[in-house]
Design a protein around this ligand. Structure first.
Ligand code: URA
Length: 207
């Protein structure tokens, strides 16, 4: 699924991500540093064409230091697989890198402190498309208060990135009847992604 990149390019991105992680991991900019077990930076392919952004680590992610490893993560893996991606091929991260106590919603001050890490990750990975999971993550990124339904079903350009929004896997676990809608969102994203890839591989000056 992934375009071929040179070994040097890959190593450079990995080095930059590792450097960003080393800078970020001791972050104490907000009160979540007091309660976290681990700083959950993100993981995956440093040159991924697809970046997945969730809300914040839950208990299992906090315990392991890895994003989306609990039940939501298992469902996310299945969604990615159905779209033709392996988990290793994409890059997975969250808006917040530390778990809010009791999994409460992120506070604006926490978001403001954490956003530079996410922006740094995206500037390094430079994905073709971004998949945003859930209303909270989407409202945070687009700085709006729209319902999820108003943001699904279309591409939304944010900075230089083409973003698609779907249900958070935790919401899908609670409401399995939403899985059909999620699949539609994923198909829409994949159609867009394939078009971008086709454009890239098409000869530039065809007569
Ligand atoms: N939910 C999220 O939004 N992120 C995770 O990493 C796990 C659960």
């Amino acid at each position: 699924m992934h375009d071929t990149v040179s070994g040097e390019e890959c190593t450079a991105s990995l080095k930059e991500l590792t450097l960003l992680f080393e800078t970020a991991k001791g972050c104490r900019k907000c009160q979540l540093a007091e309660t976290r077990k681990n700083f959950v930076f993100g993981e995956g392919n440093a040159q991924a064409e697809l970046v997945v952004i969730g809300e914040a680590p839950g208990a299992e992610e906090d315990a392991s230091g890895r994003p989306f490893v609990g039940r939501s993560g298992q469902l996310l893996n299945k969604i990615l697989q159905a779209a033709g991606f392996s988990r290793e091929e994409v890059y997975i991260c969250n808006i917040l890198k530390c778990r809010p106590p009791g999994n409460r919603n992120p506070l604006q001050g926490e978001i403001d402190c954490c956003m530079p890490w996410l922006l740094g990750q995206l500037q390094i990975v430079k994905p073709k498309v971004i998949l945003i999971l859930g209303k909270v993550a989407a409202n945070t990124i687009f700085e709006n208060k729209l319902p999820l339904g108003a943001m699904r079903g279309k591409v939304i350009t944010w900075k230089e990135f083409d973003c698609f929004i779907t249900y958070h896997p935790a919401a899908l676990l609670r409401n399995p009847e939403w899985k059909r809608g999620c699949w539609e969102d994923i198909q829409l994203m994949m159609g867009h992604y394939e078009k971008l890839r086709a454009k890239k591989s098409a000869p530039e000056n065809e007569n």
